[in-house]
Design a protein around this ligand. Structure first.
Ligand code: NI
Length: 183
């Protein structure tokens, strides 16, 4: 605060029913400091960080702020539901690709800025190896396990037009945030 911001303070979050959440996001073609067509990337990332922090999220994907591009952020930290979760500084993943996904899965609670008020008990792979490009344009490969893997898979789904609602086994695995908080 206090600094001149390069974007509007109020960024709208796309919610369930917004067609952008059903779209396949486009690949980012160039990077920060790159060609004009993507000169907005730094701005997109800044907006995503702001919304994620403001809403106390552990991850976000560009389509959620109305940008259909393959950019996501994961930011694991210990929390009420996942006290054992590791603390990971927010990492920006551009054009992420799932290389290996474990066949072993586990169920866990998920929420989403785009699905307000609802939590789902979602089955996800326990481990995932991902390739992506970082904000400097460098190729990275990360192995994620447990909660960070869950965050990644949740955010990755936003890039292919899916939400956690598409991943639940049964509507019986949906609950309101208020009801979950009572448990
Ligand atoms: Ni989400």
């Amino acid at each position: 605060m206090g600094e001149t911001s390069m974007y509007n303070a109020k960024v709208e979050v796309a919610e369930l029913g917004n067609p952008i959440l059903r779209a396949q996001a486009k690949k980012v073609l160039s990077f920060v400091g790159g060609e004009a067509e993507d000169e907005g990337l730094a701005c997109i990332v800044a907006q995503m960080r702001e919304v994620m922090q403001e809403r106390n999220g552990v991850g976000i994907a560009a389509p959620q702020i109305g940008i259909s591009q393959q950019v996501l952020i994961i930011a694991s930290r210990p929390n009420e539901r996942y006290p054992e979760a590791p603390f990971i500084e927010p990492v920006v993943m551009i054009n992420p690709i799932i290389d290996v996904e474990s066949s072993q899965t586990e169920k866990g609670w998920e929420g989403c800025l785009s699905v307000p008020g609802i939590r789902g008990y979602v089955s996800r792979a326990v481990q995932v190896s991902v390739n992506f490009v970082d904000v400097n344009g460098a190729s990275q490969r990360w192995d994620l396990e447990g909660f960070p893997a869950r965050i990644f898979l949740h955010e990755y789904d936003h890039l292919i037009g899916l939400t956690f609602l598409d991943r639940i086994d049964s509507v019986a695995d949906l609950i309101s945030e208020n009801e979950l908080a009572k448990r």
